[in-house]
Design a protein around this ligand. Structure first.
Ligand code: CA
Ligand code: CA
Length: 130
């Protein structure tokens, strides 16, 4: 192999073997690539059993994040534009910590589901699928 191809291929392989499209890079880091480890992201979600459905958020920043007005959407809610879980004034997550949100108004599908986290401005902060 030409030498000038070795480094790009090695980097490519490292990125895709470590992070790819899967959610299981490193459970402690919520499976996110280092470049994505900032702000508040979806760490994981529980799709089954139905009674335990929840979404766990992780704050990668050092400062506490106030989550008032942030919202969680499943695929149906996102396409319908309604049916989301909106977080309130009491919802916040300390720097480096996680927050598990239950009592969801939607059902998390056991497969082919995408959970979307929007910030208080309504912009998509993160999405995660199973
Ligand atoms: Ca489910
Ligand atoms: Ca659903």
């Amino acid at each position: 192999m030409p030498k000038h191809l070795v480094m790009p291929l090695a980097i490519f392989a490292a990125i895709f073997s470590a992070c790819g499209s899967s959610n299981d890079c490193d459970a402690d880091l919520c499976g996110l690539c280092p470049a994505d480890q900032s702000g508040v992201k979806i760490c994981s979600f529980v799709a089954n059993p139905p009674t335990d459905e929840s979404v766990t958020l992780k704050n990668y920043n050092a400062a506490t994040a106030a989550l008032s007005g942030w919202s969680l959407w499943d695929s149906d809610a996102l396409s319908n534009g309604t049916g989301q879980k909106t977080l309130g004034a009491s919802d916040s997550v300390e720097g480096g910590q996680t927050l598990t949100v239950g009592g969801l108004p939607f059902n998390i599908g056991d497969s082919d589901e995408t959970i979307t986290l929007k910030n208080s401005s309504g912009a998509v902060a993160h999405q995660r699928s199973n």
